[in-house]
Structure formats: structure tokens, C-alpha cells
Design a protein around this ligand. Sequence first.
Ligand code: SF4
Ligand code: SF4
Length: 483
Amino acid sequence: MSSTDTHHDLVDEHIVEEARRIYPKKVDGHFRHIKWGIQFATLAIYYFLPFVRWHRGPDAPSQAVLVDFPHRRFYFFFIEIWPQEVYYLTGLLIIAALTLFLMNAVAGRIWCGYMCPQTVWTDFYMTTERWIEGDARDRIKLDNGPWTLEKIRKKIAKHFVWILIAWWTGGVWVLYFADAPTLVYKLATLQPGVGEAYLWIGILTFTTYVFAGWMREKVCLHACPWPRIQAALTDEYALNVTYRYDRGEPRMSAKAATAARAHGAAAGDCVDCGQCVAVCPTGVDIRKGAQLGCIQCGLCIDACDSVMEKLHRPTRLIGYDTEMNLKRRECGEAPIYKPLRVRTVFYAVLILAIGGFMLVTLATRDDMHVNVLHDRNPLAVRLKDGGVRNGYTLRFSNKKPDVRRFTLSVAGVPGAQTEVVGVPPDAKGQVTIEVGADQTREARVLLSTHGAPAAKGQTPIVFTVTDAETGVATEVKDVFITP
Ligand code: SF4
Ligand code: SF4
């Protein structure tokens, strides 16, 4: 094929945007393969993770990832987060934000282009659309054509598949909040008590269908704040999908470029075929420079590379490059790459430090916990014998998958008597509180001085809770109030 033929052939296929609707053309290549891989992996994780089992003992759920609202727990494989440890989730959110910043500092919006759920599902929907209605040219023809039986059949098939995917996506979402096999059985057999799950499936089905099927790039362009945030965070050393003006311009047809070169005149490599725009899922012409609409998916690189290969010109006329290199090339200087910069090192160190701290504290955290709440009203009660009584509510947490027995002692007020309401002391006067596996238990504790007047005001006291089997103890402080 001659260069001229190639150019005309490609210009004929210049399919960009029609009636404000984008019809991205199919493309193959290096970055498309990476996108396939990431899409497959992320969808597989999302759809199958609720069915992965993780044994935690007879009385604990065996689902690897579970948000257990009724029992106020979050399970993630070997990690179990209790409500009072919600700071771990805060830490995870901070790590996620820093990872986004790091990705942005290294390679722009690669999150948007490859990993964002909006991108992944939109790409999934576009693939099914292409499978049913054909590539861009066929879809434009179909949409602009009359309502024939063929068109009705294809439209019904497409929306049926889209709703099916949306329904399955919403269905899987609720499985993260209950035992997946049990909930699937209950939903499938229309058992009572799962109305809330049906509601969430309905909401997620609707949002997936609308966002991935109808709104697509409009979510990235108009609804998502990340493009604006990342535009403020980026610098001239971050890799971004970039058109190399120094190589591409002056653009002209392949035939004109060959003639110009034969006469020693300047001719760019861009043949203005529009393939980079035709494959773009957001309808961006990257040759106009960096734009908010570009999600950095790299598909225009694949499109242009295949054009360059056909024209026997070097590839990567469009490629991941930095703003700094654009300027350097204009001045005839060699490109430089600086992935290690103050900001990238700073983000990486912060991620490692926070992640490492969380791992160490998770690995060494107590498997028992106690907190105390002093009675508010009344703060103290004067007894008939002249003594004083204070009341407390103690909450014991047993984070082990076995039943445990805890003994309780109180220090700080000499001669004071401890009574746990509803738990009689043994022959030695020792109170033992039993707490079920992976559970909490509340106990009312009364601390009384009899006869002898206690010092007025607040006296610091310490509750010591000891595991009766292992002897491991934990303490919690409060005060004894004498009016
Ligand atoms: S940059 Fe590449 S794909 Fe885009 S118009 Fe020029 S030659 Fe064609
Ligand atoms: S311009 Fe290129 S990298 Fe940017 S969104 Fe379009 S195809 Fe993807």
C-alpha cells in the first residue's frame, strides 16, 4: 500500500463525533492490551471477591471481605476492624489519596485512563455495544438510519445486555455486606427479610446503566472533580499523553510529505488522518495539547503507532512524555526523565510510613479492650452509712475467636468494695466476666466506700482487666467522685 492510499483510506475512516455523541473506533495495540488486562483483573476481583472464603473460627464469618453492619465489623482477609478502630479506615483513605497523588506525579491521570470504575465499566459497556452494533461506522449508520426491524433488534439486545451487566454489578455490591452464598440463595428464592438488598440492587443497577451506558465520558468531563484537582497538582515532569509537535508539524498528507522531503523542505510525520481522535473515548484531539477531557488512556498512541507503522515512520508520534521535554525538544535539547523528584519521593515515603505504621499496629494490637463510662446522673450517691458509691459502665471487647473469662480489680480508693451487677463474686470475692468469641459485653460496676468518708473531690482510679487463662492484663483509668 502506498503512503497516499494509506492516507486516503485513513481519512475516509475519520470518525469522531456526531450530533454531540462520541463513537469511539476500535483500536488494537500495546496500551489497549494493558487496558484489557487491567479491566479483566478489576472486574474479576469485583465480581468474585465476595465468594472468596477465609476461615476465622466457628463463631466468625468465613467471608474474606465483609462489611458486617449488624455486628459492626469490617473483615478483610486476616484483618478485622472493630468500630473503635475506625482510624485504620481513615489511614486506608489517606493512603489511597496519596497513591493517587503519586500516580499523578509519575504519569498523570493513569488512574482515570485504566483503573477508575467509571472508565472500567464504560469500556466494558462500549465493548458489548461494539459486539452487538458493530464498530463506529456501523453504529453511526445505525443511529442515523430509519427504525428497521434490524435496528430495533440490535437496540433491544444492547440495552438488555447493559441492564443485565448493571443488575449483576448491583447484585454483587450487596454481597459485600452479607454472607454471599446465603444472600444469593435468599435473593434467588425470594425469601423475606432481604428487601433492603433488593433496594440497593435496584439503585446500583440504575446508576451503573446510566453512568456507563449513557453518561460515559460526560461523568469525567462534567461531574468528576479529579481532573481539576490533578491539573492543579501536576508538574512539568509528570508523564502525560502528548503529541510531539516537533515531529508532527507541519502536518500534511503522506504524499505531500514525501514530495516535500524529496525537495528538502520541512514535513511533519502527522498525516492528519484523525485516527487518534477517532479512537478517543472522550472525543479529544490530543494534537491541540493537554486537555481536561483527556483521561490518559493511551488509545490514541496505539492508533497513531499503527498509522506510523503503515507509513514506515518511527512510532510514538503520540506517546507518554513530559511538558518539560516538549519545551526541550523545541530548543533542540535531548529529553530528560525525572521520576524521582521531591514530590514523588515525598508521596512514596508517606505511603510507606503510614502503611508500615498501620501494619505494625495491626500486628501488635491488643486482642482485648475495655473502656469505661462514669455515671453522669447522679455522679455519686451518699450511702446511709456515710459512705459514697460511684457507678460505671464497662464495655469489654474480646477480639479472639474463643470465649474468654476476664477478672476485674479496681485500685485507687483503699477499702472500696467492687460489685458487678448481675455477676456474683466467687468464694475468694473475685468477679469473673465471661465474654463470647469476637464479641463485646457491657457490665455495670459499682464502687462503694462504706462508713469511712473518702477524700472529697475526684480520686484517680484504675480498672485492671485480666484474662483469667493467659494472665494478660489491660487497664483503663477514671475517677471516684466524693461530693
Ligand atoms: S497524530 Fe497520528 S493518528 Fe493523529 S492525525 Fe496525526 S498521524 Fe493520524
Ligand atoms: S486523547 Fe488519547 S489518551 Fe487522551 S483520552 Fe483520548 S485516546 Fe485517551
